[in-house]
Unconditional design. Sequence first.
Length: 491
Amino acid sequence: MDLAGGREGISQVNFVANMFENGQEILPIWAKAAVSATGYRERLNDQPQRPIHTYRESLQVFEEATPKTGTDGHDVIEELVRKSEPGLHAMTGSRFFGWVIGNSHEVGVAADWLTAAWGQNAGNHSATPAAAAAETIAALWLLDILGLPADASVGFVTGCTMANFVGLAAARGEVLHRLGWDVEGDGLFGAPPIKVILGEDAHSTVFSALQYLGLGQNRVVKVPTDGQGAMIPEAFAQAIKDAQSDSAVIAIAQAGQINTGAFDPLIKIVEAAKTHSNCWLHVDGAFGLWARASHERAELAVGIEGADSWATDGHKWLQTPYDCGYTIVRNGDAHRRAMTIAASYLPSNTEGERDPSHYVPELSRRARGFATWAMIKHLGQDGIAEMVTRHCRLARLIADILAGEDGITVMNQVVLNQIAVHFGPMSEEGDGLTKQTIEAVQKVGTCFAGGALWKGRWIMRLSVISFSMTDEDARQSAQAIIQAWRRVRMA
Ligand SMILES: Cc1ncc(COP(=O)(O)O)c(C=O)c1O
């Protein structure tokens, strides 16, 4: 394995090109794509965990005038592989810790290939019975695994950004409905105001959802948080108390802060939210909600079942390929009111039948239920529990190794799978050293980690969430980070 060399990806691309040429007669085009993708995944962990090409280099590779005439499909796919592979990031690798990226597990990918090949437009159950049925059953499994009300409604969306959007759309509709206002019909002009309460360290996509819904990013009450990013419960309770009793309130809590993995104190948050007669509590649990699946970690999310809606991702901890997220809403009527699409040419559903498009913003849509169904069936409830527990243990292992090195500070409590690390003094000098260490780690490419500003200091962020990760990956990555830090420190 030559992690530092960096150019070996090119010769592997040539190998793929040969495979396309030689295999042209015997393999259908999508089978060749599958062989190529399999080779890519098999080589991935022996390559630097970063792209070889920058965006600019990739642009140069792709740049050409609009094609006037067509090209043979085999050649198109071969060219796509050749041009893309050097610019792909090792997001499916077992030592990739950037952002919060699941592994796109092979079973989910296989189900998704079938989904694409079957070409189902999964908006309507009578048009695509199997797609709708797989989604309905996968939804029930999700509720069971996450320990949420069995009769809650579930929308299969593109990711947690949209899951937050849908949950908050249902919230907006219901709190206004209770005040006699029909926001779905009459919009927001002239509507009673809604007070939105969230934590200072809420994820940026919650603000995006508020923006899309006309609730505004700035018209919010931000509750102070502790050093881990969790809301201070007394401050949340006060914000609820400050809302007029006859007003509309949407409160947004978080399960799994993006940098620290911290959970808002959910039991107290739910308790305080319930003291207001017209408060809807939504929880953003993009990855943190999956703590509920692990016997060891579930206690972090106790109380969460008392909320009104929840948002999470399949393409994070369930390891489905992109794109896949879930909105879960206790009040199915509010969910459907916010999202239902009706037209005379669309078959109507009868009592007890579920149309996927009634829970999401799109009509035409990919059959996301297949990959979700396949991943839950493959891992099983026990397998999901084992994976979440293992990732949390591996995060702790990396944190402990790093904390043993002089000059490295683990900034968070590592309760889940996120690690926030600072290098050098707690000052601007340390911020600079942290950025340099991140750069040095990325350059070698044994593992990949990004950076972020956290409570005024630069940190290296590590998110342990790749299905295939082992103890050896954890040790190798921690050592690579320590080596990078020592080089930066000595320079
Ligand atoms: C807490 C939280 N909420 C929401 C999101 C957005 O999810 P997605 O990128 O799947 O839309 C993320 C993404 O990392 C997240 O960590």
